[in-house]
Design a protein around this ligand. Structure first.
Ligand code: T5A
Length: 211
């Protein structure tokens, strides 16, 4: 199999960071060592600055939903053109912590922005570039938010209501069904069981079997 772009998606506390490590280990077991990891928003010097603005805003000023969307796509196009596409051209594998699906789930599903606006921006910025495989970790917000409550300080988006994360999750679920390049994983299982699921999916996928 030629090098691929694999993305891990899900709401806060779904276990993406943990899954990332499992995916890398599984690829190593297949002799795939030429890989890079990315995160969104972030992953380039400019995108990391935008990440701070997206997550924390600026004191005394409301971040509008449209400004949030534009910052996310500015960060994404920097990462795509300066890191992801060059890596894929070199023959490296790319493992992404979030990509474009997050904007549909959070900005359309969560914030309620018009899908036509997001699709127009998406087509202009990304064209037809899409991940080869997306692993969507599905978990109820009431469970995942419990997992992140131990953090000392929640950021601007993490402070959103349970209803917001329910809308995000429902939108994810609506996008996942019917897309053969997105696989859903039950992230309410134990960490061990999630890793077993990832292992099974990736072994089949790498062997070219239908998912
Ligand atoms: N955003 C991002 C948008 O709104 N639109 C976009 O287009 C994009 C790209 C990014 C923020 O930006 C928003 C979404 C986000 O709000 P971030 O810090 O990168 O910010 O946030 P997340 O990506 O959500 O990262 P988190 O760390 O919050 O979630 P993870 O990575 O899914 O969770 P993880 O792996 O760190 O696990 C959290 C805790 O839960 C435990 C772990 O051990 C850890 O302690 N855990 C489990 N415990 C029991 N059972 C399991 N199965 C567990 N899985 C994990």
């Amino acid at each position: 199999m030629k090098n691929q772009f694999i993305v891990i998606e899900g709401i806060e506390g779904a276990g993406k960071t943990t899954a990332h490590e499992a995916v890398i280990a599984i690829l190593h077991e297949h002799g795939i060592n030429n890989l890079i990891v990315t995160r969104e928003p972030g992953g380039t010097p400019l995108s990391e600055k935008l990440r701070i603005l997206i997550k924390h805003g600026v004191d005394g000023e409301t971040v509008t939903d449209k400004a949030e969307l534009l910052m996310l796509y500015a960060a994404r196009v920097q990462l795509l053109e300066n890191v992801i596409k060059p890596a894929l051209s070199r023959g490296d594998w790319v493992i992404g912590d979030r990509h474009d699906l997050s904007s549909l789930a959070y900005q359309v599903g969560g914030r309620g922005l018009d899908i036509k606006l997001v699709n127009t921006l998406r087509n202009m910025v990304l064209g037809d570039f899409r991940p080869d495989l997306t692993l969507y970790l599905d978990v109820k917000p009431e469970i995942s938010l419990q997992r992140i409550l131990t953090r000392s300080k929640l950021d601007r988006i993490e402070q959103e209501s349970l209803c917001f994360f329910e809308r995000v999750r429902n939108y994810y679920l609506s996008l996942v069904s019917g897309d053969s390049k997105i696989v859903i994983i039950d992230a309410q299982q134990s960490l061990y069981e999630v890793e077993l699921s990832l292992r099974k999916i990736l072994y089949n996928w790498l062997a070219g079997k239908h998912l």
